[in-house]
Design a protein around this ligand. Structure first.
Ligand code: FO1
Length: 310
């Protein structure tokens, strides 16, 4: 039986790495967000898939959390010199991945096939499935208009006020390579619920599966003591009129989860979350070191397994 880890962005990749330290490639499968994907300079870029592959392969830049370590930027410098857009930083090694992906897609391969090729080439033994092979795109309606995800996130540095989030997809299908019958449980990683997990849950069949399945579905809170661990989660929650708290994240996932992990500093929120008919576990959930990631990952899997025995 297999654990499905639903992940997007840097927070998700941290827990994902922890999971690979004790689950085998047969026991773990990743479903990755593609709502941040976009075309830039004629290249198809899939940031959350690449962040996950680079993290699991041990080649991610440890400070940025995205892109490759020991990267060089000759191509980007030359593009800037030529007057081409350089706001989205593409390193030289990273560019090779975008070129290979774009080339494969142009030859008729799908995103799953090319993701498999890239992760195998980088030595990653774990299956990584894009949530869909069909396009899904996140747009933000903001104080300065409708922005694509990367325009908002990178070009405008998350500064505009967000009024609404839109997931554009024309009936995108859940990745058919995902065999739901082989799953023993699901972990929703501590990724941004709106920007990273939201686009995936916009696929009806995934949402309905999580809502109706009898296997345990556990989410790990990305909000700790009223603050987001990383990125614009807290800012977006505030702007959407939602309290920045683990309770609000649990309420957001309420229909889908039967287990929720809060940081031990949020122990006071346990009764209110339990009143939503969700089992709660309080555990240190800020992942600074590799040991933190492994411990939280192990705790998440143990929690999933304890819920399946109930
Ligand atoms: N994030 C930035 O803040 N600035 C960048 O220039 C940037 C470039 C980039 C290139 C490749 C890649 O895979 C990721 C990149 N990211 C960059 C990260 C990315 O925008 C975000 O981490 C995700 O889309 C959010 O999950």
């Amino acid at each position: 039986m297999t654990i499905l880890a639903i992940t997007g962005g840097i927070g998700g990749a941290k827990l994902a790495l922890g999971l690979t330290h004790f689950l085998t490639p047969n026991e773990l499968i990743f479903l990755a967000n593609t709502g941040d994907d976009f075309e830039h300079l004629g290249l198809y870029i899939s940031p959350d898939i690449d962040t996950l592959i680079y993290t699991l392969a041990g080649v991610v830049d440890p400070d940025r959390g995205w892109g490759r370590s020991e990267e060089t930027w000759h191509c980007l410098d030359t593009l800037a010199y030529l007057g081409e857009p350089s706001w989205f930083q593409l390193g030289d090694q990273d560019l090779a991945v975008h070129i290979a992906r774009t080339h494969a897609l142009k030859r008729g391969k799908n995103l799953s096939e090319i993701t498999d090729r890239i992760r195998i080439a980088l030595g990653v033994k774990y299956r990584i499935l894009p949530v869909s092979d069909d396009p899904i795109r996140t747009f933000l309606h903001t104080s300065i208009g409708r922005l694509s995800f990367q325009e908002y996130f990178v070009k405008k540095r998350c500064e505009p006020t967000v009024n609404q989030i839109e997931y554009e997809h024309s009936n995108a299908c859940l990745n058919p390579r995902l065999d739901l019958s082989e799953l023993e449980g699901v972990i929703i990683c501590p990724s941004n619920p709106y920007l990273s997990i939201g686009p995936m849950l916009a696929i009806d069949s995934l949402f309905e599966f999580l809502q109706s399945t009898r296997i345990p579905v556990v989410a790990v809170s990305p909000v700790v003591a009223g603050k987001a661990i990383k990125g614009p989660t807290a800012k977006i929650m505030q702007e959407l009129g939602v309290a920045v708290s683990a309770i609000a994240v649990a309420r957001h996932y309420k229909e889908l989860i039967n287990g929720f992990i809060v940081d031990e500093s949020d122990i006071d929120s346990v009764p209110e979350i339990e009143s939503m008919d969700i089992s709660v576990s309080a555990y240190p959930s800020v992942m600074t070191t590799l040991q933190d990631r492994i411990k939280l990952a192990r705790h998440s899997v143990n929690f999933v397994r304890s819920l399946s025995q109930q």
